[in-house]
Design a protein around this ligand. Structure first.
Ligand code: SAJ
Length: 432
């Protein structure tokens, strides 16, 4: 099948760059997006994603101007597509259980309009077993077509890095879990147009497990680093020095401890994996999640401890929280550790928040000006390691603050230098 029209369902961090890359390669690409505001912005060539995304704005404007990419909220468009990519959100609820309503809706809309001979590629992260037990049966029942005969289907999980979606889409190896040989060859042909990295083939169940496990693996690694950090605080050691030397040992890769794990991948994918396992528990994965989720509260506790040492009552203190985004130099605040720090402390203290990129998703005093954030503050909590924070002058900071307290969630400062400048210093993993 020479693909003529591509439809990407869901124009978020995954779907929008995917649609742009296909359109940039000359495919007639239609983006199906339920949020009309997003559709309007995209059709004006304006990127609706928050934060810096190198290269995305330029590609988007170019393909929209060339009319190679059009966004719409009308699902009828699916009937024109030879290849449909489903990139919708698969979140978890407050009980860590998968919420597949967006996926179900997308599959229903696609199924109703699925053209004979079309390829369907699902990119959303899924609980293992979802393709075989849910997506394919639903597509077949709604379309009346048979997978592998009347239409073709693969599962190819996205591996994008928010903050660098275009490069990661092109350069990260791609896994294609296929239903049959024809589906595989169609998918390999079209993905090869935009992916410059190796494309690995497997079955759909394995591909679903790979995607959820690769993030569970990273979450466990980070949890290990955080647990060692807490131990180093008690022992009076510097975990970052420990990590540096541990990693001189072959086959070691101790990750970075810090304020916690935010974002939309590691906070949910381990639970998507676990949700498919019913006959046994997965204590390591659930414990890792608990350890990482405890770090923002630990950071808040370090701040309270430091205020106490300075003789400042929390209820009479002004606290600056620097870094709202969940990761360095990003504007994405999804599941950000800073939101937990703020929620923990705002019951008593007066909080002001700074971030160079993110917009506050909550009602809180906010500034883009570091000096304003620090002025008359009793405690500066650094949650995210934005590049802007690496150049803060301690002398200037000391003049601005009412009480000189630094609580360091990302190893931004040298404890000794802070103390020489008269600061009370606390840091994740930094024993006194
Ligand atoms: N973090 C640590 N210590 C570390 C690494 C990360 O505390 O050593 C924290 C970060 O500060 C952040 C959170 O973990 O709050 C997640 O960081 P991340 O680098 O994993 O970034 P994400 O959440 O955007 O992860 C995505 C994932 N990609 C997909 O799911 C497709 C992940 O698999 C990638 O490894 C990651 O991007 C990446 O670095 O490419």
């Amino acid at each position: 099948m020479s693909t003529k029209v591509i439809c990407v369902v869901g124009l978020g961090y995954v779907g929008l760059p995917l649609a742009c890359l296909f359109a940039d390669k000359g495919y007639e690409t239609i983006g199906l997006e339920k949020e009309r505001k997003k559709v309007e912005l995209i059709n004006q060539g304006i990127c609706p994603l928050r934060g810096k995304e190198p290269g995305l704005n330029e590609i988007l404007l170019s393909v929209v101007n060339k009319r190679k990419l059009i966004a719409t909220s009308d699902p009828e468009i699916c009937s024109q597509a030879n290849a449909i990519f489903i990139c919708v959100d698969t979140p978890i609820n407050e009980f860590q259980k998968p919420v597949l309503t967006f996926l179900e809706c997308a599959v229903m809309e696609v199924g109703k309009r699925l053209k004979k001979g079309a390829l369907v590629a699902v990119e959303s992260t899924l609980p293992p077993g979802t393709m075989n037990n849910f997506v394919i049966p639903l597509l077949e029942s709604v379309s009346g077509l048979r997978a592998g005969n009347d239409f073709y289907i693969v599962y190819s999980p996205e591996r994008i890095l928010p903050g660098n979606v275009i490069v990661s889409l092109k350069k990260n190896a791609r896994i294609i879990g296929c239903h049959d040989e024809k589906s595989l060859s169609l998918a390999r042909e079209i993905y090869s147009a935009i992916v410059e990295a190796p494309i690995y083939e497997t079955d759909m169940l394995t591909a679903e497990i790979v995607k959820t496990v690769e993030n569970a693996y990273r979450d466990v690694q980070i949890a290990f680093a955080n647990e060692v950090a807490l131990a180093c605080e008690e022992l009076g050691a510097d975990v970052f020095e420990v990590r540096r030397l541990v990693n001189t040992s072959p086959f070691r890769d101790m990750h970075l401890p810090g304020s916690g794990v935010g974002g939309h991948c590691l906070t949910k994918d381990p639970w998507l994996f676990a949700s498919s396992i019913t006959r046994q528990s997965l204590p390591l994965i659930s414990t890792a999640r608990a350890i990482n989720d405890s770090m923002p509260k630990h950071l808040a506790a370090l701040a309270i401890e430091a205020l106490c040492e300075a003789g400042i009552e929390v209820s009479k203190s002004k606290i600056s929280v620097l870094g709202l985004a969940f990761r360095k130099d990003l504007g994405d605040t999804r599941n950000s550790p800073a939101l937990v720090v703020i929620d923990t402390l705002r019951k008593d203290a007066k909080i002001i928040v700074h971030d160079p990129y993110a917009e506050p998703p909550i009602d809180i005093a906010f500034t883009r000006d570091i000096n304003e954030a620090l002025r008359d503050s009793d405690c500066a909590i650094f949650v995210t390691d934005h590049s802007d924070y690496f150049t803060i002058d301690l002398q200037e900071m000391a003049k601005l603050m009412h009480t000189r307290i630094i609580v360091d969630g990302r190893n931004l400062f040298d404890a000794k230098k802070c103390r020489e400048k008269g600061f009370i210093y606390r840091g994740i993993g930094k024993g006194r």
